[in-house]
Write a protein that binds this ligand. Structure first.
Ligand SMILES: [Zn+2]
Length: 313
């Protein structure tokens, strides 16, 4: 007997045929195709959900420990393109739009066709940007984060916002450089995040608590969150989505690297590269993208700027 691709999903009393048809018509944007983005996108593609993929980086050897859409052959390729290629092999029936880009206020409209956004990034600035975009457009989104053996997830469906709960900070919170990350925590948080996304798409009650899990000790906490009556973002004061906030140089998590956004780059003029992707070139000192971004290997912002100016004026 020939089996149908989604048979087991349709059998679920939580989904059934009607729910499945709704999922097939839905589109989810996955921002950041690292450990969380890889796991989440893979689950969503298998469930038959259309995807928008956004990632600003290329695949490197040390990603393979936890980013399960990539293999050794993908090193040097843009993550969004390598992910699309792999996901198309998993499910050729879904529609996938991929963007090699750093999400910021000028290109945020690439999320317009998505019904829901998954934050799989590792930086606060992008989360504040997604938060404002989703408030403005009344779209649900789901925050996730991992560090060490712990992970967090919180869904936003217009009851409260990211700014009600998390504060902006100038401190460098990105410590996975020093602490590391266990690959299994990414699968766990992605599983919770994708389940939450399916619930929201099917108009079921989403979890209104911050989920904090430690995969090592098997502890799971649900922390109650509340809307902040004085939240400026909820009152319609936006900063990230109109370009009033957002740095042109950012420290990237997971390695000693900085991203600088500058004028467009003719990547064909860059010689002595290690890898060449469709939109990027990786050299020993930097990765340059044709949209004007350069990721520089440096242990301080100052050194990153020196290398940038040496190569790009
Ligand atoms: Zn708020």
């Amino acid at each position: 007997m020939r089996r149908m691709r989604y048979e087991k999903q349709i059998l679920l009393k939580e989904i059934e045929k009607k729910g499945h048809e709704k999922l097939r018509k839905s589109t989810i944007a996955v921002i950041g195709i690292g450990a969380l983005g890889s796991n989440s996108a893979s689950l969503l593609a298998r469930a038959g959900i259309n995807l928008v993929l956004v990632d600003r980086d290329v695949v490197e050897l040390d990603n393979l420990q936890r980013q399960n859409l990539f293999s050794e052959n993908d090193i040097g390729k843009e993550k969004a393109l390598a992910a699309e290629e792999y996901l198309n092999k998993i499910n050729s029936e879904i529609n996938i739009d991929s963007y090699v880009a750093d999400l910021y206020y000028r290109n945020i409209n690439i999320l317009d066709k998505a019904d829901l956004i998954l934050d799989c990034t590792d930086n606060l600035e992008t989360r504040f940007l997604i938060n404002e975009y989703c408030l403005k457009n009344k779209k649900p989104w789901i925050y996730s984060g991992i560090l060490g053996t712990r992970g967090m997830m919180l869904s936003f469906n217009n009851e409260y916002c990211f700014n009600c709960i998390f504060k902006e900070t100038t401190e460098n919170l990105e410590t996975c450089d020093t602490i590391g990350v266990l690959n299994s925590v990414a699968s766990l948080i992605s599983s919770i995040q994708v389940t939450e996304a399916i619930k929201i798409l099917l108009n079921r009650n989403n979890t209104k608590e911050l989920i904090v899990v430690d995969v090592w000790s098997n502890e799971l906490k649900k922390i109650k969150v509340n809307k902040n009556k004085n939240c400026l973002t909820c009152k319609g004061n936006y900063y990230y989505s109109n370009g009033k906030k957002g740095a042109s140089i950012v420290k990237l998590c997971g390695r000693n690297a900085y991203q600088i956004k500058g004028k467009r780059i003719d990547i064909d003029r860059i010689k002595n590269f290690l890898y060449k992707g469709r939109y990027s070139v990786t050299t020993r000192d930097f990765i340059a993208f044709n949209d004007g971004r350069v990721i520089l290997k440096a242990d301080s912002e100052g050194k990153a700027k020196i290398i940038y100016h040496r190569y790009f004026g």
